[in-house]
Design a protein around this ligand. Structure first.
Ligand code: SF4
Length: 401
C-alpha cells in the first residue's frame, strides 16, 4: 500500500486525507524524505535554496489573549510589559539595512492600549523614512484584534493598513486550525480556525501575499495536523495567495501548558508530509530557529527549499527556551554544505542575488538581538498621543501629561 502510494506520488498524484494519514503514520522516514525531495526538485530545479535577510521585531509583549503555549506575553499592567517606540523601531531598521536586509517581520501581542491609529502612524512613518523598505506585518489574530477594537470589518482594517504601508501578512497565530485544539490551547477566542483562514482570504483578495504556518506538538492528534494542512490547501486552491508554508514544533519551556518538545525525526516527517500534501504551495521553509542549524540543514532533504530568515532578532521562541542563531554566513554555509546554491530573496520569493557578505563586508552576528535591553522600562514618547483602554495604562498616560 505505501509503495503503491509512493509511485502515485512520483507521478504527481494529489493525496487525499486517508492516504496522507497512512503515509504520515506508516511510511519509513527515508522514503518520506525521498518523495518530498522529489517534489522540491520538481518545483525548484537548479538546486537553488533561498533565504531572506530580515528582522523579527515584536513591537509589544502586552497581550490579552493569554494562549497557554506562549511564554512571550505579559498581561496588561505587568512591570515587564513593553511597547517599542517609533525611534527604537527606526534604529532596528537601520541595523537591518546595514546587514543587507530590506524588511521587518513585525508582530506583537494583542495590546488593548494600541489603537489602529498607532499602527497606521508607525507604518506611514516607516514608509516616509524608508520608502522601499517592506513591512511583513500583523498575523491574522492581530488583524482580528484590531478589527474588534476598532469595530471595523476585517477587509476595512486591511484596507487601512495597506493604505498606511502594509506589504504582506505573516502566517503566525495559526497553531493548529482545528477548533477543538484551539479551545484547549486557549487561542480559540483570539481567532477560530475559520476566522484565521478568512483573514487570509481577504488579504489575498486585497492583493497581499501571505505565508502560512503550523505549530504542532501540543495537544493535537496526527489527524488534526493533517486537517490543518488540508484546510490550507483548500484555501490556496480558492485564492492562491500563500507564498510559503512554515512548520515548527511547540517549544514548551516557561509556558503554562508545559510538556516536552517533539523530536527531530518527527519534525522531518511532518515537514515531508506537508511538502506532499501542499502541492499548491511553491515554497517550504526550514525552521532552524526552533530545530537548530543541523536539523535545519537536513530539512533541505525533506522538502524545504528555503532557509527562512536571518532573523537578526528573536523574542518569542527564545522566551520558550530555544535560542539558535545563524547569521547570513552561517546560513549560506549550511546551504552550500548540503550541496545547494544559496540565493537571497524577498518576501515574494523573487531572487535578489548572491549572498551579500560576498559583495561587501557585513558585521558578524553571533547572537540574536532582543526587543530591548534587560531592565529598559522606558516608555515611548509618542504613546501619549493615543487613547488607552485599560485602567492601568490610562493612569500611566495621564500621569505623563
Ligand atoms: S501567542 Fe500571541 S496572541 Fe497568544 S499569548 Fe502569545 S503573544 Fe498573545
Amino acid at each position: 500500500m505505501i509503495q503503491e502510494l509512493a509511485s502515485k506520488i512520483r507521478s504527481g498524484y494529489r493525496l487525499d486525507r486517508s492516504e496522507a494519514l497512512d503515509l504520515y503514520l506508516h511510511a519509513p522516514t527515508p522514503l518520506l524524505g525521498e518523495l518530498a525531495d522529489a517534489v522540491r526538485a520538481r518545483k525548484h530545479p537548479g538546486r537553488v535554496v533561498t533565504y531572506i535577510i530580515d528582522r523579527n521585531v515584536n513591537y509589544t509583549n502586552v497581550c490579552v489573549a493569554r494562549c497557554n503555549f506562549c511564554a512571550f506575553y505579559r498581561p496588561v499592567g505587568s512591570s515587564e510589559g513593553y511597547v517599542l517606540g517609533f525611534e527604537e523601531i527606526f534604529r532596528k531598521i537601520d541595523e537591518t539595512i546595514a546587514l543587507g536586509g530590506g524588511q521587518l517581520l513585525l508582530q506583537g501581542g494583542h495590546n488593548p492600549d494600541l489603537p489602529i491609529e498607532w499602527y497606521e502612524d508607525l507604518f506611514r512613518a516607516v514608509k516616509q523614512k524608508y520608502p522601499t523598505f517592506k513591512l511583513h506585518a500583523l498575523s491574522p489574530p492581530e488583524v482580528i484584534h484590531l478589527s474588534r477594537m476598532s469595530r471595523l470589518e476585517v477587509p476595512a482594517v486591511l484596507d487601512r493598513l495597506i493604505a498606511a504601508g502594509l506589504d504582506s501578512v505573516p502566517g503566525g497565530g495559526a497553531e493548529i486550525l482545528v477548533d477543538r485544539v484551539r479551545k484547549l490551547l486557549n487561542c480559540y477566542n483570539k481567532a477560530t480556525a475559520d476566522e484565521w483562514l478568512d483573514v487570509m482570504r481577504h488579504a489575498h483578495r486585497a492583493g497581499l501575499r501571505t505565508t502560512a504556518t503550523m505549530m504542532y506538538g501540543t495537544v493535537e492528534t496526527v489527524e488534526e495536523r493533517l486537517e490543518h494542512l488540508f484546510r490550507l490547501r483548500d484555501v490556496q486552491d480558492e485564492v492562491g495567495g500563500f507564498t510559503a508554508f512554515i512548520t515548527w514544533s511547540y517549544q514548551p519551556d516557561h509556558t503554562e501548558l508545559g510538556g516536552s518538545e517533539a523530536t527531530g525525526i518527527e519534525y522531518l516527517r511532518t515537514l515531508a508530509v506537508a511538502r506532499l500534501v501542499l502541492d499548491n504551495f511553491d515554497n517550504l521553509q526550514a525552521s532552524w530557529v526552533t530545530q537548530g542549524g543541523k536539523v535545519g540543514q537536513l530539512s533541505l532533504a525533506f522538502g524545504a527549499n528555503d532557509m527562512g530568515s536571518v532573523m537578526i532578532e528573536e523574542n518569542v521562541v527564545r522566551a520558550a527556551g530555544a535560542a539558535y542563531c545563524m547569521d547570513e554566513i552561517e546560513i549560506v554555509r549550511n546551504i552550500e554544505n548540503a550541496g545547494f546554491i544559496a540565493k537571497r530573496r524577498n518576501m515574494h520569493y523573487e531572487v535578489l542575488g548572491d549572498p551579500i557578505f560576498r559583495e561587501r563586508a557585513v558585521p558578524r552576528m553571533l547572537e540574536l538581538a532582543v526587543a530591548r535591553a534587560d531592565g529598559d522600562t522606558s516608555r515611548p514618547p509618542e504613546i501619549n498621543r493615543y487613547a488607552a483602554r485599560s485602567a492601568a495604562e490610562k493612569k500611566a498616560r495621564l500621569s505623563e501629561h
